[in-house]
Ligand binder design. Structure first.
Ligand SMILES: C[S@@+](CC[C@H](N)C(=O)[O-])C[C@H]1O[C@@H](n2cnc3c(N)ncnc32)[C@H](O)[C@@H]1O
Length: 284
C-alpha cells in the first residue's frame, strides 16, 4: 500500500487510540516517530509527503501488534531516557520512572551536605541511579542487585555512558564491603495485594522488581535496619504513596536519628531520608 509519512502518523495515532486513551495515543505516536524511527518534527514538516518504504511500514505494524498486547514502549524500543541520558532496558529490568529523578536529586543534596565520598545503589536494575550519581559527582559508586540479568544491563549502560561503577551481585548489602557511604535504593515496594488492579503493562516487568511482602514494606525495612547496623551516614529510599508514616516509624525504631519524607509533585509520599548523623552543623 502506498502511504506518506503524514498518513502513517495519522494511521498510527488511530491504531493506538484503539487501546490507549486519546491523549496517550497522540503522545505515543509522536514518540514512536521521534524515538523509534528517528524522525523529528522538523523532518516531518519538510518530508511528511514523502512515501514510506515497505520496511518502515512493516516495522511500525509490528510495534503496534506488540504494543496492543500491553508490552511497554520502552521494552519495544529497548531504551528509555533518564535525566536526559539513554539507558538500555530489557525484560530483566524495571523501566525507569520519572519520579526516581527525585531520589537522585535528594541523594545529591544529602550526599553533598554530608560530604560523603562513596555511595551504594541497592537494587540497581538498569543502573540509572548509580550511573547518574557517578556521572554527576566524584563519589565512588557501587551498584548491587539480586538479579544477574539486571546487572548485565546495568554494566552495559555504565560502559556506554562512561560511568565508573563497581558491581556486586547479592541480597541487599550482603556483597558490599565496608565502609558503605550513602545508601540509596529504589527497591520493590508494591503491595502484592494490589496486583489485580494494576496497569496491564506492569505484567511485562519482573515481579521481583515490583513486589515486596509486608504490604510492600519488607525490603525497605530490612535495608533501613542493615544500613543503620553498618553505620551508613544516611539511607535514602524511593517509597510508595502511602508508606511514609510507617517507614519513618520503622527507621527511628532501627536507630536512625532522624527520618523525613519528601513528596512528589502529585503530593504522594515518594522519598524517605533517614539520617544517622547531623546534616548541618548544629542539627539536633
Ligand atoms: C524497583 S526496581 C528498581 C530498579 C532501578 N533502581 C530503578 O530505579 O529503575 C528494584 C530492583 O531491586 C532488585 N531487588 C529486588 N530484591 C532485591 C534484594 N533483596 N536485594 C537486591 N536487589 C533486589 C530487583 O532485581 C530490581 O532490579
Amino acid at each position: 500500500m502506498v502511504q506518506t509519512y503524514r498518513q502513517l502518523r495519522l494511521d498510527l495515532g488511530a491504531a493506538l487510540a484503539g487501546f490507549l486513551d486519546h491523549a496517550e495515543a497522540h503522545a505515543e505516536s509522536l514518540r514512536w516517530f521521534e524515538e523509534g524511527l528517528g524522525l523529528s518534527r522538523s523532518w516531518m514538516a519538510a518530508h511528511g509527503g514523502d512515501l514510506v518504504p515497505d520496511e518502515v511500514r512493516l516495522q511500525v505494524s509490528d510495534w503496534v501488534r506488540r504494543r496492543r498486547t500491553g508490552e511497554p514502549w520502552a521494552y519495544i524500543l529497548g531504551w528509555c531516557l533518564f535525566r536526559e541520558r539513554r539507558f538500555r532496558v530489557s525484560p530483566a529490568t524495571l523501566i525507569p520512572r520519572p519520579e526516581t529523578e527525585l531520589l537522585v536529586e535528594a541523594a545529591l543534596d544529602v550526599g553533598r551536605r554530608l560530604r560523603v565520598d562513596r555511595c551504594v545503589d541497592v537494587g540497581t536494575g538498569s543502573g540509572i541511579i548509580a550511573a547518574s550519581l557517578a556521572l554527576e559527582t566524584d563519589w565512588q559508586v557501587s551498584a548491587t542487585d539480586l538479579s544477574a540479568g539486571a546487572l548485565a544491563v546495568a554494566r552495559q549502560n555504565a560502559a556506554e555512558l562512561g560511568a565508573r561503577l563497581a558491581f556486586f551481585e547479592g541480597n541487599l548489602l550482603d556483597a558490599i564491603p565496608d565502609p558503605l557511604g550513602l545508601v540509596v535504593a529504589n527497591l520493590p515496594y508494591v503491595d502484592p495485594a494490589d496486583e489485580p488492579g494494576l496497569q496491564r503493562e506492569l505484567a511485562f516487568e519482573p515481579a521481583s522488581a515490583l513486589f515486596a511482602p509486608d504490604r510492600g514494606l519488607a525490603l525497605s525495612t530490612q535495608l533501613l535496619e542493615r544500613a543503620r547496623a553498618r553505620q551508613a551516614p544516611a539511607c535514602l529510599l524511593e517509597i510508595g504513596a502511602d508508606q511514609g508514616g510507617e517507614l519513618c516509624r520503622r527507621a527511628l525504631g532501627a536507630g536512625w536519628r532522624k527520618a523525613m519524607v519528601h513528596q512528589d509533585l502529585a503530593g504522594h509520599d515518594r522519598i524517605l531520608v533517614a539520617l544517622g548523623i547531623p546534616v548541618l552543623p548544629g542539627d539536633p
